[in-house]
Design a protein around this ligand. Sequence first.
Ligand SMILES: [Zn+2]
Length: 300
Amino acid sequence: MPSDSLHLRQFASDLPGPHLLITGGVHGDEFEPMAAIRRLIAHFDASDALRCGRLTLVPCVNEAAFLRGHRCAGDGLDLARTCPGRPDGSETERTAHRLSELIRQATHYIDLHTGGTEFAVHPLAGYVLHPDPSILDTQRAMARAFNLPVIWGTSPALEGRSLSVARDAGVPAIYCEYLGSATVSEAGIGAYVDGCLNVMALLGLVEPRDTAGRVGRVIEDATPGSGHMQVQNPSPIDGYFTPAIALGDVVETGQPLGTVTDLTGADTRTLSAAHPGIVLTLRTFPRVRAGEMVAVVAHL
Ligand SMILES: [Zn+2]
């Protein structure tokens, strides 16, 4: 590692059917996805549970970033802003190209994430509000089957992501988030394994599963830029962030989200919610630079 090809495992049934691609580690500091996909590999190694179709599992797309212990590889490009990439480009552009080719070969796609080192994200399954109604319906069904507490459909206009490639290729796709903060929660690994098996059952790849529904909130927001987390609620100064709210809280306009203070405490700024909504992402790594996001509040 890192190599010039993605480390992946493929499982195929003798019967034709959908080809599901599941990826983790698009960002190198998001660990539950990698652990969950390794667990899925062990599961399918130990049994011939695939009833039809094909399954491609990639525990860590961005190996260079993983080895650095960072979100991004050494060229500093965010892989989720670089797709579809280039075969002759920088390290991240080449990874984006390889990932994009894999996505185009699939019939369905799940991309697993977390908030990485600096953020925690409320467990959710998301998709873009695809202009093709049949693709959008499939994405809604996949997100509901994945069975995390929040479903978040957002603007289809975002570029550079794995889901942008899927959108353009007409491949129904969802992404998922589960906490982060550079920890590894067993609950997150379990929820991701379960969610992936639930979507496989929906597609007929595995036996139907008996699962109690846990989806509590479905949010669809076609506002341009919705789903672009990094631009929301930027800190006005370099400093130390102390949150005043928790993940999943419902906030009013003007409600304090937290404070950013300089190192001596002489300059303290309060960040307030610009609109009402639910807190889906929260900075958990206290150091924040001016312009960086401290929280994402999604419109309800
Ligand atoms: Zn990510």
